[in-house]
Unconditional design. Structure first.
Ligand SMILES: Cc1ncc(COP(=O)(O)O)c(C=O)c1O
Length: 374
Protein backbone atom coordinates (compact mmCIF):
# COMPACT_ATOMS: atom_id res chain seq x y z
CA UNK A 1 0.00 0.00 0.00
CA UNK A 2 1.29 3.45 -0.86
CA UNK A 3 1.96 5.65 2.15
CA UNK A 4 -0.10 8.57 0.83
CA UNK A 5 -2.74 8.16 3.51
CA UNK A 6 -0.47 8.02 6.57
CA UNK A 7 -1.42 5.53 9.26
CA UNK A 8 -3.82 6.11 12.14
CA UNK A 9 -2.61 2.89 13.71
CA UNK A 10 -6.05 1.28 13.88
CA UNK A 11 -7.04 -1.96 12.19
CA UNK A 12 -10.81 -2.03 11.81
CA UNK A 13 -11.99 -5.59 12.23
CA UNK A 14 -15.77 -5.20 12.46
CA UNK A 15 -18.69 -2.88 12.84
CA UNK A 16 -22.44 -2.58 13.29
CA UNK A 17 -24.42 0.63 12.86
CA UNK A 18 -22.47 3.61 14.23
CA UNK A 19 -19.97 1.42 16.08
CA UNK A 20 -16.76 -0.11 14.75
CA UNK A 21 -14.17 -2.18 16.60
CA UNK A 22 -10.51 -2.84 15.99
CA UNK A 23 -8.59 -6.09 16.06
CA UNK A 24 -7.74 -5.62 19.76
CA UNK A 25 -11.48 -5.41 20.52
CA UNK A 26 -11.48 -1.66 21.26
CA UNK A 27 -14.82 -0.15 20.28
CA UNK A 28 -15.26 3.20 18.56
CA UNK A 29 -18.26 5.38 17.88
CA UNK A 30 -17.64 5.89 14.19
CA UNK A 31 -18.41 9.49 13.21
CA UNK A 32 -15.89 9.30 10.37
CA UNK A 33 -17.52 6.38 8.53
CA UNK A 34 -14.83 5.81 5.91
CA UNK A 35 -14.81 9.50 4.93
CA UNK A 36 -18.58 9.49 4.90
CA UNK A 37 -19.07 6.42 2.71
CA UNK A 38 -20.68 4.30 5.45
CA UNK A 39 -23.63 6.69 5.48
CA UNK A 40 -26.05 3.94 6.56
CA UNK A 41 -23.65 2.72 9.27
CA UNK A 42 -21.77 -0.57 9.17
CA UNK A 43 -23.41 -3.81 8.10
CA UNK A 44 -26.92 -2.38 7.81
CA UNK A 45 -29.07 -5.56 7.89
CA UNK A 46 -31.15 -4.57 4.84
CA UNK A 47 -28.03 -3.79 2.80
CA UNK A 48 -26.34 -7.01 3.91
CA UNK A 49 -29.39 -8.97 2.72
CA UNK A 50 -29.40 -7.11 -0.60
CA UNK A 51 -25.70 -7.82 -1.07
CA UNK A 52 -26.07 -11.49 -0.15
CA UNK A 53 -28.93 -11.92 -2.61
CA UNK A 54 -27.05 -10.10 -5.36
CA UNK A 55 -23.90 -12.16 -4.80
CA UNK A 56 -25.60 -15.25 -6.24
CA UNK A 57 -26.46 -13.47 -9.51
CA UNK A 58 -23.96 -12.18 -12.13
CA UNK A 59 -21.74 -9.54 -10.54
CA UNK A 60 -21.02 -7.80 -13.77
CA UNK A 61 -22.54 -7.66 -17.24
CA UNK A 62 -20.93 -6.32 -20.42
CA UNK A 63 -21.52 -2.78 -21.56
CA UNK A 64 -24.52 -2.49 -23.85
CA UNK A 65 -26.37 -5.34 -22.12
CA UNK A 66 -29.33 -4.72 -19.87
CA UNK A 67 -29.53 -5.61 -16.20
CA UNK A 68 -32.80 -5.55 -14.23
CA UNK A 69 -30.99 -4.42 -11.06
CA UNK A 70 -29.39 -1.47 -12.86
CA UNK A 71 -32.65 -0.54 -14.55
CA UNK A 72 -34.48 -0.59 -11.26
CA UNK A 73 -31.88 1.71 -9.70
CA UNK A 74 -31.99 4.11 -12.65
CA UNK A 75 -35.78 4.22 -12.42
CA UNK A 76 -35.46 5.18 -8.75
CA UNK A 77 -33.07 7.99 -9.68
CA UNK A 78 -35.81 9.31 -11.97
CA UNK A 79 -37.80 10.15 -8.82
CA UNK A 80 -35.17 12.86 -8.36
CA UNK A 81 -34.94 14.07 -11.95
CA UNK A 82 -37.85 12.95 -14.14
CA UNK A 83 -36.74 11.35 -17.39
CA UNK A 84 -33.13 11.58 -16.27
CA UNK A 85 -30.14 10.22 -18.08
CA UNK A 86 -27.66 8.51 -15.79
CA UNK A 87 -24.02 7.55 -16.12
CA UNK A 88 -22.80 5.08 -13.49
CA UNK A 89 -19.17 4.75 -12.46
CA UNK A 90 -17.17 3.62 -9.44
CA UNK A 91 -16.11 6.64 -7.39
CA UNK A 92 -16.69 10.30 -6.73
CA UNK A 93 -13.82 11.46 -8.90
CA UNK A 94 -15.12 9.37 -11.79
CA UNK A 95 -18.58 10.88 -11.49
CA UNK A 96 -16.95 14.32 -11.69
CA UNK A 97 -14.77 13.33 -14.67
CA UNK A 98 -17.95 12.22 -16.42
CA UNK A 99 -19.73 15.49 -15.58
CA UNK A 100 -16.77 17.52 -16.85
CA UNK A 101 -16.55 15.65 -20.15
CA UNK A 102 -20.32 15.76 -20.56
CA UNK A 103 -20.51 19.51 -19.88
CA UNK A 104 -17.73 20.26 -22.38
CA UNK A 105 -19.43 18.08 -25.01
CA UNK A 106 -22.78 19.82 -24.41
CA UNK A 107 -21.31 23.32 -24.79
CA UNK A 108 -18.96 22.98 -27.80
CA UNK A 109 -16.73 25.94 -28.61
CA UNK A 110 -16.79 27.33 -25.08
CA UNK A 111 -13.55 27.31 -23.12
CA UNK A 112 -14.09 28.61 -19.61
CA UNK A 113 -14.70 26.26 -16.69
CA UNK A 114 -15.43 27.72 -13.27
CA UNK A 115 -15.04 26.15 -9.84
CA UNK A 116 -15.06 27.66 -6.39
CA UNK A 117 -12.30 28.51 -3.97
CA UNK A 118 -11.99 25.82 -1.25
CA UNK A 119 -13.60 23.30 -3.64
CA UNK A 120 -12.73 19.62 -3.49
CA UNK A 121 -13.85 17.51 -6.44
CA UNK A 122 -11.38 14.61 -6.37
CA UNK A 123 -7.86 13.79 -7.48
CA UNK A 124 -7.93 12.29 -10.97
CA UNK A 125 -6.68 14.80 -13.52
CA UNK A 126 -10.01 16.29 -14.60
CA UNK A 127 -11.39 16.33 -11.05
CA UNK A 128 -8.07 17.65 -9.73
CA UNK A 129 -8.24 20.59 -12.14
CA UNK A 130 -11.51 21.56 -10.39
CA UNK A 131 -10.10 21.04 -6.87
CA UNK A 132 -8.84 24.27 -5.36
CA UNK A 133 -6.04 23.34 -2.93
CA UNK A 134 -2.76 24.20 -4.73
CA UNK A 135 -0.92 21.61 -2.59
CA UNK A 136 -2.95 18.85 -4.20
CA UNK A 137 -2.33 20.18 -7.71
CA UNK A 138 1.27 21.34 -7.74
CA UNK A 139 3.05 18.26 -9.18
CA UNK A 140 0.59 17.89 -12.05
CA UNK A 141 -0.29 21.45 -12.94
CA UNK A 142 1.13 21.15 -16.48
CA UNK A 143 -1.27 18.29 -17.18
CA UNK A 144 -4.43 19.87 -15.86
CA UNK A 145 -7.19 21.41 -17.98
CA UNK A 146 -7.55 25.11 -17.22
CA UNK A 147 -10.11 25.94 -14.53
CA UNK A 148 -10.74 29.35 -12.97
CA UNK A 149 -11.35 29.27 -9.21
CA UNK A 150 -13.50 32.09 -7.91
CA UNK A 151 -15.10 32.96 -4.61
CA UNK A 152 -18.75 31.87 -4.41
CA UNK A 153 -19.89 35.48 -4.00
CA UNK A 154 -18.17 36.49 -7.27
CA UNK A 155 -19.26 33.46 -9.25
CA UNK A 156 -22.38 35.02 -10.80
CA UNK A 157 -20.46 37.94 -12.30
CA UNK A 158 -17.72 35.63 -13.67
CA UNK A 159 -20.21 33.64 -15.75
CA UNK A 160 -20.05 34.66 -19.44
CA UNK A 161 -20.92 33.38 -22.94
CA UNK A 162 -17.64 31.48 -23.09
CA UNK A 163 -18.38 29.55 -19.88
CA UNK A 164 -19.13 25.84 -20.09
CA UNK A 165 -20.12 25.17 -16.49
CA UNK A 166 -19.80 26.15 -12.86
CA UNK A 167 -18.95 23.31 -10.48
CA UNK A 168 -20.42 23.69 -7.00
CA UNK A 169 -20.49 21.68 -3.79
CA UNK A 170 -23.72 22.93 -2.17
CA UNK A 171 -22.02 22.30 1.15
CA UNK A 172 -18.25 22.44 0.70
CA UNK A 173 -16.85 19.44 2.58
CA UNK A 174 -13.08 18.91 2.50
CA UNK A 175 -12.49 22.65 2.19
CA UNK A 176 -13.76 23.23 5.77
CA UNK A 177 -17.53 22.49 5.78
CA UNK A 178 -18.96 25.68 4.32
CA UNK A 179 -22.64 25.61 3.27
CA UNK A 180 -23.18 28.04 0.39
CA UNK A 181 -25.81 30.68 0.94
CA UNK A 182 -29.18 30.34 -0.80
CA UNK A 183 -28.79 33.85 -2.13
CA UNK A 184 -25.39 33.14 -3.68
CA UNK A 185 -26.73 29.99 -5.30
CA UNK A 186 -29.74 31.87 -6.65
CA UNK A 187 -27.48 34.52 -8.19
CA UNK A 188 -25.30 31.84 -9.79
CA UNK A 189 -28.39 30.03 -11.13
CA UNK A 190 -29.79 33.25 -12.65
CA UNK A 191 -26.45 34.16 -14.25
CA UNK A 192 -26.11 30.65 -15.68
CA UNK A 193 -29.66 30.70 -17.06
CA UNK A 194 -28.96 34.01 -18.79
CA UNK A 195 -25.82 32.69 -20.51
CA UNK A 196 -26.92 29.07 -21.03
CA UNK A 197 -24.18 27.85 -18.68
CA UNK A 198 -24.46 24.52 -16.88
CA UNK A 199 -24.36 24.08 -13.11
CA UNK A 200 -22.78 20.86 -11.91
CA UNK A 201 -23.59 20.03 -8.28
CA UNK A 202 -20.98 17.87 -6.61
CA UNK A 203 -23.08 16.14 -3.95
CA UNK A 204 -20.56 13.38 -3.38
CA UNK A 205 -20.21 14.30 0.29
CA UNK A 206 -23.38 16.32 0.89
CA UNK A 207 -25.95 14.36 -1.10
CA UNK A 208 -27.94 11.12 -0.82
CA UNK A 209 -29.81 12.31 2.26
CA UNK A 210 -26.88 13.35 4.43
CA UNK A 211 -27.91 17.00 4.40
CA UNK A 212 -31.64 16.46 4.86
CA UNK A 213 -32.78 15.72 1.30
CA UNK A 214 -31.63 13.17 -1.24
CA UNK A 215 -30.49 16.11 -3.37
CA UNK A 216 -28.52 18.41 -1.07
CA UNK A 217 -28.87 21.23 -3.64
CA UNK A 218 -32.60 21.32 -2.95
CA UNK A 219 -32.02 21.98 0.75
CA UNK A 220 -30.47 25.25 -0.42
CA UNK A 221 -32.98 25.96 -3.19
CA UNK A 222 -30.66 25.11 -6.10
CA UNK A 223 -31.73 23.15 -9.18
CA UNK A 224 -28.51 21.98 -10.85
CA UNK A 225 -28.23 20.74 -14.44
CA UNK A 226 -25.94 17.84 -13.64
CA UNK A 227 -25.59 16.15 -10.22
CA UNK A 228 -22.82 13.88 -8.98
CA UNK A 229 -23.24 11.42 -6.11
CA UNK A 230 -20.88 8.80 -4.68
CA UNK A 231 -19.71 7.86 -1.13
CA UNK A 232 -22.86 6.59 0.65
CA UNK A 233 -24.98 5.77 -2.42
CA UNK A 234 -24.48 2.00 -2.05
CA UNK A 235 -23.69 2.15 1.67
CA UNK A 236 -19.94 2.26 1.00
CA UNK A 237 -19.56 -0.05 -2.01
CA UNK A 238 -17.75 1.74 -4.86
CA UNK A 239 -20.16 3.73 -7.02
CA UNK A 240 -20.37 7.09 -8.75
CA UNK A 241 -23.57 8.54 -10.19
CA UNK A 242 -23.79 11.35 -12.74
CA UNK A 243 -27.39 12.44 -13.28
CA UNK A 244 -28.86 14.97 -15.70
CA UNK A 245 -32.06 15.71 -17.53
CA UNK A 246 -32.63 13.98 -20.88
CA UNK A 247 -33.30 17.20 -22.77
CA UNK A 248 -29.78 18.46 -22.08
CA UNK A 249 -28.40 15.85 -24.47
CA UNK A 250 -25.87 13.06 -24.03
CA UNK A 251 -22.21 12.13 -24.41
CA UNK A 252 -21.02 11.80 -27.98
CA UNK A 253 -21.13 8.17 -29.16
CA UNK A 254 -18.16 6.28 -27.60
CA UNK A 255 -17.39 9.46 -25.67
CA UNK A 256 -17.10 7.75 -22.27
CA UNK A 257 -17.36 4.35 -20.60
CA UNK A 258 -16.46 2.08 -17.70
CA UNK A 259 -16.18 -1.70 -17.32
CA UNK A 260 -17.53 -1.87 -13.78
CA UNK A 261 -19.82 1.18 -13.79
CA UNK A 262 -23.43 0.16 -13.15
CA UNK A 263 -22.58 -3.43 -12.24
CA UNK A 264 -25.61 -5.35 -10.93
CA UNK A 265 -23.98 -6.20 -7.58
CA UNK A 266 -23.49 -2.57 -6.56
CA UNK A 267 -26.75 -1.42 -8.20
CA UNK A 268 -28.70 -3.97 -6.12
CA UNK A 269 -27.31 -2.50 -2.92
CA UNK A 270 -27.73 1.11 -4.12
CA UNK A 271 -31.34 0.36 -4.99
CA UNK A 272 -31.99 -1.03 -1.49
CA UNK A 273 -30.21 1.99 -0.01
CA UNK A 274 -32.57 4.27 -1.94
CA UNK A 275 -35.56 2.29 -0.59
CA UNK A 276 -34.22 2.86 2.94
CA UNK A 277 -33.95 6.61 2.40
CA UNK A 278 -37.69 6.57 1.73
CA UNK A 279 -38.95 3.89 4.15
CA UNK A 280 -36.82 4.93 7.15
CA UNK A 281 -37.04 8.66 6.37
CA UNK A 282 -33.28 8.87 6.89
CA UNK A 283 -32.87 12.32 5.26
CA UNK A 284 -35.41 13.79 7.68
CA UNK A 285 -33.65 12.08 10.60
CA UNK A 286 -30.32 13.45 9.34
CA UNK A 287 -31.72 16.99 9.38
CA UNK A 288 -33.03 16.61 12.95
CA UNK A 289 -30.00 14.81 14.40
CA UNK A 290 -27.52 17.20 12.77
CA UNK A 291 -29.34 20.28 14.00
CA UNK A 292 -29.52 18.97 17.59
CA UNK A 293 -25.84 17.94 17.52
CA UNK A 294 -24.64 21.35 16.29
CA UNK A 295 -26.81 23.17 18.76
CA UNK A 296 -25.38 21.07 21.64
CA UNK A 297 -21.84 21.88 20.46
CA UNK A 298 -22.66 25.59 20.32
CA UNK A 299 -24.08 25.36 23.87
CA UNK A 300 -20.70 24.14 25.14
CA UNK A 301 -19.54 27.70 24.43
CA UNK A 302 -15.92 26.57 24.31
CA UNK A 303 -13.48 29.44 23.81
CA UNK A 304 -11.57 27.14 21.41
CA UNK A 305 -14.55 26.94 19.04
CA UNK A 306 -14.76 29.79 16.54
CA UNK A 307 -17.76 28.53 14.56
CA UNK A 308 -20.04 25.50 14.26
CA UNK A 309 -21.15 24.99 10.65
CA UNK A 310 -22.96 22.37 8.66
CA UNK A 311 -26.15 20.96 7.26
CA UNK A 312 -27.70 17.65 8.34
CA UNK A 313 -25.06 15.08 9.20
CA UNK A 314 -22.17 17.10 7.79
CA UNK A 315 -20.74 19.15 10.65
CA UNK A 316 -17.57 21.25 10.82
CA UNK A 317 -16.23 22.96 13.92
CA UNK A 318 -13.81 25.84 13.42
CA UNK A 319 -11.14 25.75 16.14
CA UNK A 320 -8.39 28.00 17.43
CA UNK A 321 -6.17 24.90 17.82
CA UNK A 322 -5.10 22.25 15.31
CA UNK A 323 -8.03 19.94 14.57
CA UNK A 324 -5.80 16.89 14.74
CA UNK A 325 -5.27 17.46 18.45
CA UNK A 326 -8.98 16.94 18.95
CA UNK A 327 -9.23 14.10 16.41
CA UNK A 328 -6.45 12.26 18.31
CA UNK A 329 -8.01 12.98 21.71
CA UNK A 330 -11.37 11.67 20.54
CA UNK A 331 -9.76 8.58 19.09
CA UNK A 332 -8.17 7.77 22.46
CA UNK A 333 -11.64 8.03 23.98
CA UNK A 334 -13.07 5.66 21.38
CA UNK A 335 -14.52 8.12 18.87
CA UNK A 336 -13.57 8.38 15.21
CA UNK A 337 -13.72 11.81 13.61
CA UNK A 338 -11.69 13.66 10.97
CA UNK A 339 -10.52 17.12 10.03
CA UNK A 340 -11.48 19.35 7.10
CA UNK A 341 -8.34 21.44 6.69
CA UNK A 342 -5.93 22.13 9.57
CA UNK A 343 -8.27 24.02 11.93
CA UNK A 344 -11.64 22.40 11.32
CA UNK A 345 -12.90 19.29 13.10
CA UNK A 346 -15.42 17.32 11.06
CA UNK A 347 -18.03 14.74 12.00
CA UNK A 348 -19.76 12.50 9.46
CA UNK A 349 -22.06 10.32 11.58
CA UNK A 350 -24.21 7.68 9.88
CA UNK A 351 -28.01 7.79 9.65
CA UNK A 352 -28.14 4.96 12.19
CA UNK A 353 -26.28 6.78 15.00
CA UNK A 354 -28.34 6.68 18.22
CA UNK A 355 -28.89 9.40 20.82
CA UNK A 356 -26.51 7.61 23.16
CA UNK A 357 -23.74 7.88 20.53
CA UNK A 358 -24.27 11.62 20.11
CA UNK A 359 -24.34 12.05 23.90
CA UNK A 360 -21.06 10.18 24.31
CA UNK A 361 -19.39 12.21 21.55
CA UNK A 362 -20.57 15.46 23.16
CA UNK A 363 -19.28 14.46 26.61
CA UNK A 364 -15.87 13.45 25.20
CA UNK A 365 -15.58 16.52 22.98
CA UNK A 366 -16.28 18.79 25.96
CA UNK A 367 -13.63 17.02 28.06
CA UNK A 368 -11.03 17.32 25.31
CA UNK A 369 -11.73 20.99 24.62
CA UNK A 370 -11.57 21.77 28.34
CA UNK A 371 -8.29 19.85 28.60
CA UNK A 372 -6.82 21.83 25.70
CA UNK A 373 -7.87 25.14 27.25
CA UNK A 374 -5.51 24.54 30.17
C1 LIG B 1 -17.19 16.75 -2.60
C2 LIG B 1 -16.31 15.64 -3.08
N1 LIG B 1 -16.11 15.48 -4.40
C3 LIG B 1 -15.34 14.48 -4.87
C4 LIG B 1 -14.72 13.58 -4.03
C5 LIG B 1 -13.89 12.47 -4.57
O1 LIG B 1 -14.50 11.24 -4.35
P1 LIG B 1 -13.66 9.88 -4.43
O2 LIG B 1 -12.68 9.90 -3.32
O3 LIG B 1 -14.70 8.80 -4.31
O4 LIG B 1 -13.00 9.86 -5.76
C6 LIG B 1 -14.90 13.73 -2.65
C7 LIG B 1 -14.21 12.83 -1.71
O5 LIG B 1 -14.03 13.13 -0.55
C8 LIG B 1 -15.71 14.79 -2.16
O6 LIG B 1 -15.90 14.98 -0.85
Amino acid sequence: MSEIYGNRGIEIAGGAGAVAWDSTGKRYIDFMCGHGAALFGHAHPALVTALNEASGRPWTVGAGMRSPQREKFIEQLRDLVPDARVYLSNSGAESIEAALKLAVALRPGRKRILALRRAFHGRTLGALSLTFNPQYRKYWKDLLPEVTHISPENAAEEVDENTVAVFIEPVQGEGGVYPLSEETLKDIRNACNAKDVLIVADEIQSGWGRCGKVLASRVLGLEPDITCFAKGVAGGLPIGVTLWSRDLGDFPVKGHGSTYGGNPLVCSVASKAYDLLKSEKYPEKAARDGEAFRSAIKNMASPLVTEVRGVGLLTGIGLTVKANLVVNGLEEKGILSLNAGPMVLRFLPPFTALDEHYDQVLVSLKEILEGLEK
